[in-house]
Design a protein around this ligand. Sequence first.
Ligand code: NAD
Length: 340
Amino acid sequence: MRRVFVNGYGVIGRRVAEAVARQRDMELVGIGKTKPDYKAMLAVSKGYRIYVPSEKEAQSFAAQGIEVAGLTADAVRAADLTVDATPDGTGAKNLALYRELGKPAVFQGGEDPEVGEVSFVSECNYDEARGKRYVRVVSCNTTGLCRVINALIRGVGLSSARVVIARRAADPEEVSKGPINAIVLDPVEVPSHHAEDVKTVIKGFDVVTMAMKVPNTQVHIHSFIGRVRGESVTKDQVIEALASSRRILLLESKLGFKSTANLIELAREAGRPRGDLYEVVVWRDSINVSGNEVMFFMGVHQEAIVVPENVDAVRAMLTDLSQRESSSMTDASLGIPLKL
Ligand code: NAD
């Protein structure tokens, strides 16, 4: 059993903690939390041990009647590895603690690439994370792009991609964030950081991204335009390449998938916890080919897509299991692929 501590119990940490607890070869040491709120109470009711950064937080938890198992450093020491899911930039600060205690850690995509020795997407570069001490799971959009680009490089020789990303402006709980009635170019300059981030995983790939924030809290939409080596490609070849990954879900609009809302409804109706879609969705009937050019729409559920990658990163760092073995275990535990 690999003992895993999840530090930070927000959008990503809550999901990763639950996924870790579902793995038969992993034990959840506990979760790191700073606020004694209802989520802390629910975590206790799930049987999770709570660790806090310092005595100050321990006192505020005690005042709220929530039992704390110890300090963050105790949990890091007790664990074989920490998955850090704290807010952007906090992970980099926590690195000092993990280093001091000589413990490995997985970081998230809100950190600069330098926080890890490797930026990670399971199907693309699992083996590069083998035996590493510090690994960064890239952000949601980058994970979705890397899965799709990797499948198309392998299957049809994709040579370049140009992608326009309509980003959900905030997560459902982030009530203080906008925009409410605007589309914000984010950033105005081209390319957006996503392209550079893809290249930290798929090195040297010719990719350019442009991004804007839209008033929506569920799912990013990518308009993807790529070219393959050679003179032409068929739609069937593209579909076959994408279908080779369990973590890419091909859906058709004739079944009612016409918007981001339908994707979340699908996950809810299928009984996925929290309505989570771990797969990147490609609209099969949006796939269009013209000579060596291929284009389609894809959707990324920002809250969920990186969850399987975090679990696989733990195995790549701590075990001898192959990518195929690890992803099979992860996917089986999370019900991937979603069956219609
Ligand atoms: P979040 O704000 O929802 O959660 C972070 C949690 O960590 C909060 O509950 C916060 O109170 C807590 N926290 C703050 N300081 C802490 C500390 N010192 N110790 C323990 N807990 C602490 O953030 P999130 O959306 O889950 O993002 C976490 C990371 O995942 C970021 O790097 C982010 O960029 C990345 N990410 C987020 C998304 C997304 O869409 N939300 C998608 C992919 C990756």
